[in-house]
Design a protein around this ligand. Structure first.
Ligand code: R5P
Length: 292
């Protein structure tokens, strides 16, 4: 570990000079193998390099909370509006029709619910990810949590090792414990640790100064939606994240707990792929809700 004394505070983010991409729309992915790129191109539209991922892996820690009690009823009808589904292998096999043409970002760490998100997870067998035709594997990393950081970073680099072997991209998911400050400095640290350990995509949270988080992370970032907020606020969150460099969202509760999930996911999609501003997207949400 380098001596941390007299370390210079990060400031040279080059916000106005985006990292170059060569022959592939996602930053940091130009030098990947064909299979890896092909899977990433299923998740992120080759037209704009963006993705609307629908997350419904909440039940593996929280149980059947609001919106995911019946994934067959609440999530499956939304799949036609999403670019990618993030779920566990249990839900995938039990509920998601294999005829559904949607890439799956497979929640690939498994563990207990005992200590909320920062639990003692292990990575599933990569052969099972291959068996379910996963387009990516998602693994949680708890940067700054003394009890679990080492274990979760080890999970990430193990997933990267096997992902590289079989051409499956890995998404590092930054967990945020209650004791961690949700600021740009922390998210720059957490996302960069994921990327340095080989994650091909990083999922994190939006924060003030988000553009510095994006700039300092050499691979694409998607944001989680977080807890349910009013629809207009969630659309604003998505808009800000995309405007400040996110490659997409991996949104759950703000879609499936909406008063109209189908209208909400379509409005989020308009922000991501059609350049809608928050007011336009919210109008779309209201119009679709009124016409249901
Ligand atoms: C990540 O670890 C979680 O399991 C969810 O996938 C993530 O938080 C996204 O869902 P939400 O938008 O509800 O926060």
């Amino acid at each position: 570990m380098p001596d941390m004394d007299n370390f210079k505070e990060a400031e040279a983010f080059g916000i106005d000079t985006p990292q170059k991409t060569i022959g592939f729309p996602l930053k940091g992915c130009s030098n990947l193998d064909w299979g890896m790129k092909n899977r990433l191109a299923r998740i992120f539209s080759p037209k704009d390099g963006r993705s609307l991922m629908l997350a419904c892996d909440h039940g593996f820690i929280m149980g059947p909370t609001g919106g995911v009690e019946r994934i067959d009823l609440s999530i499956v009808p939304l799949l036609k509006y999403a670019d990618c589904l993030m779920c566990t292998r249990g839900v995938l096999r039990a509920v998601i029709p294999p005829t559904q043409d949607i890439p799956v970002c497979l929640r690939s760490d498994a563990g207990t619910s005992v200590t909320t998100e920062l639990n003692d997870n292990v990575v599933i067998d990569v052969q099972d990810a291959i068996r379910v035709n996963a387009a990516a594997m998602a693994v949680m990393v708890a940067v700054g949590d003394a009890a679990t950081e080492a274990k979760t970073v080890a999970n990430l680099y193990h997933a990267v090792d096997v992902g590289q072997r079989y051409g499956i991209p890995v998404m590092g998911v930054t967990a945020v414990g209650k004791q961690m400050t949700r600021d740009a400095r922390y998210f720059r640290l957490a996302t960069r640790i994921c990327a340095e350990n080989g994650a091909n995509i990083v999922k994190t949270y939006y924060t003030e100064g988000f553009e510095t988080v994006v700039a300092a992370c050499p691979v694409p970032i998607v944001i989680a939606g977080g807890k349910k907020v009013p629809e207009r606020d969630a659309l604003e969150l998505a808009y800000r994240a995309i405007s400040e460099g996110a490659a997409g969202v991996d949104m759950g509760r703000n879609v499936f707990q909406s008063t109209n999930p189908a209208a909400m996911i379509r409005a989020v999609g308009a922000v991501i792929h059609r350049g809608f501003k928050p007011d336009e997207a919210y109008q779309m949400f209201q119009d679709l809700s009124a016409s249901k």
